[in-house]
Ligand binder design. Sequence first.
Ligand code: ZN
Length: 213
Amino acid sequence: MATAGAKPRRTVLIVLLIVGAVLALFLACAGGVGAIAYYAFKSGGEEATHLVDELFGSIAAGGDATYYQRRTSDGFRQAASPEVFAQLCELVRTRLGKLESSQQESLVMRQNNLDQFLDARFKARFEQGEGRIETVWQRRGGEPWRLHNFVVKSPRLLDAMSSRACPHCGQQAPLDARFCPHCGKAIEAGEAPQTDAVEAVDEADADEAANPK
Ligand SMILES: [Zn+2]
């Protein structure tokens, strides 16, 4: 009687142990994979923050021509000429000033054949206003990350695209204004600001983001 009762109990115990072991193993694996994924995510996030600081540091210091040559991807340089990049940087420099702080909003890492992409978006505070920074970085093999896509969204930049500096007083006047609302002097037509160039970058970026190479 005792042995008959003990046998199924032992079986149950063994089954429980096996299930327990399998569960423990599974948890260990999941925990391990989770930890690795989390580590990659965390280090990617720190890396993206560092990359964005470097980019905006270069812009603020007027070093964007060097940055363009050394730190952008082939795809970026195909989509945006040095002039277009310089104009966009000038706009950020004059309209937003230095990047004071950035807070990461999203981070996505993806692999496409030999290329790794890091899609990082930030909420940003600049010296002269708030905005959003959207970046995509590309890395091939063991090379460093390169800027692949770069969009700055800010009400102050939108203002800049729909207005221009008055040649007499330097204040902002609407694009279609014939007289400056600040000093009242006539504004010559022409000398339109770099609206087209900035939009060209945005379109190129949108294509790149939709169909990364
Ligand atoms: Zn004026």
